[in-house]
Design a protein around this ligand. Structure first.
Ligand code: GDP
Length: 302
């Protein structure tokens, strides 16, 4: 899995492994080199504060530990990055905690970030673990969304609960999906939601309602916010609105295969205070991986 992650993150290697590690490997890391290191980190999309903190910590360690040999510096960089990405955050999905049955997972985010695809991929992962899954197509705003989700359902062999009418009440679709999940003794109900409505306020209100109505049947143990990694800080600003409307419990960072911006993980967790739980590494059914801080950092600086 690490090898695959490495290959997929190949593009992100530029900044860290080529730029940064080459800089750190120099014999004399003088102020000019530190400035270059700082610039390199700033363009890596870690976010300004973390980038500066990282440089400060590395500078301090190089001084205190009195070593500049490239291997040691690389090890320091790895440690500091892992600490920043924070492996202590709980990244397990509620669905793997087995306490609620069915575990209800709502998937939210702006249009086009990869919500429906993520629901499909996640269903596939769960089915492979022998769990019974029901999908709920609560994006009734986008005409093709229910169809797209149904196709994913057929592909991974799970039922999709949807409304035949376009523009139906999404909360009632979510309600029916959870109801079906309970009736079938499913382990997990995955609810796909709309990413766009007439207005942002409308959408946020609707998501709140979908959650409340679904909870008349069973607690929504997880709200996953999907963010497209290629949109960088912009995507993050948009995503923030969702965390204000619903209690987001985890992030899915999609399209990591198409970006050099691996540092966005740190920025997201700091700014939203929510752990990245899953990453999307492609459009295929198997292109979803749990986020593991150490493996991620290793792929980044490989
Ligand atoms: P939604 O509007 O948020 O439901 O987004 P979709 O699930 O329809 O996805 C939008 C597009 O992004 C589709 O073409 C997906 O195949 C693509 N996509 C989703 N996840 C990933 C990913 O991890 N990597 C890549 N390269 N493409 C992805």
């Amino acid at each position: 899995r690490l090898a695959r992650l490495r290959a997929r993150l190949a593009k992100s290697n530029n900044v860290f492994s080529q730029g940064l590690l080459a800089l750190l490997a120099q014999d004399d890391i003088d102020e000019d080199v530190w400035d270059e290191i700082e610039e390199t980190l700033l363009i890596s999309d870690l976010g300004a504060d973390p980038a500066l903190e990282l440089v400060d910590r590395l500078k301090e360690r190089v001084t205190v530990e009195g070593t500049r040999d490239p291997e040691s510096v690389r090890a320091m960089l790895r440690e500091e990055l892992v600490a920043m990405v924070d492996p202590a955050m709980d990244r397990r999905l509620s669905a793997t905690r087995k306490d609620d049955k069915p575990a209800v997972i709502m998937v939210v985010g702006v249009n086009g970030v990869g919500k429906t695809t993520t629901v499909g991929k996640l269903a596939r992962v769960l089915v492979a673990e022998d769990r019974e899954v029901v999908l709920g197509a609560a994006d009734t705003f986008r005409a093709a969304a229910a169809e797209q989700l149904t196709t994913w359902g057929e592909r991974v062999g799970v039922q999709t609960v949807r409304s035949e009418q376009e523009g139906a009440d999404p909360a009632s679709v979510a309600f029916s999906a959870v109801e079906t999940g309970i009736a079938q003794e499913a382990d997990v109900v995955l609810v796909d939601t709309a990413g766009r409505l007439h207005s942002k306020a409308n959408l946020m209100e609707e998501l709140g309602k979908v959650k409340r109505v679904a909870e008349k049947q069973a607690p929504v143990g997880e709200v996953l916010l999907v963010i497209d990694a290629t949109t960088g800080q912009n995507g993050l600003a948009q995503a923030k609105v969702f965390t204000e409307a619903v209690n987001v419990t985890g992030i899915v960072l999609t399209k990591m295969d198409g970006t050099a911006k691996g540092g966005i993980v740190v920025a997201i967790q700091r700014q939203l205070g929510v752990p990245v739980k899953l990453i999307g590494l492609g459009e295929g059914a198997d292109d979803l991986a749990p986020f593991e801080a150490e493996a991620f950092v290793d792929a980044l600086i490989a």
